[in-house]
Design a protein around this ligand. Sequence first.
Ligand SMILES: Cc1cc2nc3c(=O)[nH]c(=O)nc-3n(C[C@H](O)[C@H](O)[C@H](O)COP(=O)(O)O)c2cc1C
Length: 168
Amino acid sequence: MELEQALLARRSVRKFLPNKIDDETIHKLLYFAMCAPSACNKKPWEFYVIKDEEKLAEVKKASRFSNHNAPLAIVVAGNTRKALPLQLASYWIQDCSSAITHILLEATNLGLGSLWCGLHPQKRPAERVRKILNEGDHIVPLGLILLGYPAETPEPRSQYDEKKVHII
Ligand SMILES: Cc1cc2nc3c(=O)[nH]c(=O)nc-3n(C[C@H](O)[C@H](O)[C@H](O)COP(=O)(O)O)c2cc1C
């Protein structure tokens, strides 16, 4: 798929087919996630691939608006031990967000549906997911990405708005 076509076609999918995603496809999602830019190239991200059905149900429940039938989830989390120091530390959020965007676009490219569900800064959902992952406080789950073959295809679109553009 052409990049511009993928940028338009990437939409939030909330209905999925039960078909599993194979390991090679999962690897591609992660491979392209890790091409993303990060501040000072710190790459303070961790990716948790949740295939196990019980764990999948647990993470979907832990996040508030993610109760959809996707057969796979990837939690993208910041590793604060690998983040920049002091006031630059919270760049991990932008770094992980850029990796999430890469996953969503590659998912679209591969014909998968995806949904980005927010965790951090919602304290309770992020904390619950961290516990499910069995990780310490230095791991902060930012996003739960639901993935699967789509059972719905929202229309490709841009939301271009001239009023948001400021030429200086
Ligand atoms: C940080 C973030 C958190 C989001 N959290 C959720 C969520 O918890 N549940 C959900 O159904 N959609 C969630 N979304 C998806 C947005 O609702 C969706 O991107 C927006 O409505 C635009 O629709 P589109 O993705 O089809 O372009 C989230 C998106 C972002 C960027």
